[in-house]
Design a protein around this ligand. Sequence first.
Ligand SMILES: [Zn+2]
Ligand SMILES: [Zn+2]
Length: 260
Amino acid sequence: MSIFGSSEIDLGCDGHVHTRLCHHAVGEMEEYVAAALAGGLAELIFLEHFEIGINYGQVTWLTAEEFCFYQRQCRRLARKYAGRIRVGAGVEVGLNVDRLAETRDFLNSHSWARVGLSCHYFAEKGRHLNMLSRKPENIKALEALGHDRLLRRCYTDLLLGLQQLKVDVVCHLDAPLRYCQGVVFTAEHWRLIEAILAEMARQDIALEINTSGFAVRGEPFPCVAIIQRARRCGLRFVAGSDAHQPQDVGRFFHLLQDRG
Ligand SMILES: [Zn+2]
Ligand SMILES: [Zn+2]
């Protein structure tokens, strides 16, 4: 059974890919464009990582200079491939509620094809834990803090971020703790998710259907139960592969829709 009806989501656009510029993906930008063309897509939106004030052992985002280079490359590729595929420069904003003013300033310093909002890092005792990492030391530290505490803070922050920043899409809404086992949403988590969906509806912010979830758990991020609630709120859906290598552009899109 397909998750989406034929007019509910545009599968001709992959709106979430990374490149070697974020230091944890591989592939040149042009290789992603070539993969999108080969896959028959009409549009590709790069959604590179922005983070600010994160104290983590590794840099998983672009510096200010790298974002300038990235923007120039996106414009060059958009010109080069005009008429064959649309290419856009977007940004995946990793939320840090202590740095919202600087985040806003950064967003205002470029023009974006798409601004996505994500929750990647959890602040704890002056350091940050990467909630989307599959490294055992990250997972162990997250398990020690407890799923409930992590999810409550993450969703409370996300709601605040939506109210304070101007964004187009919420990315992989239930991906935090993606590699933790036995994550169960409580009534309080659902209340927060409903509040997030209501705020998105109020501002006409789309919900990303992130197909990288199929590789992790056999359904997209977010899960079908959240998608159904989003549908009841009247939200728009956009598709993203979250590719971190060129061959993953458009990955699993065919599982979203029965083209019958
Ligand atoms: Zn990434
Ligand atoms: Zn992300």
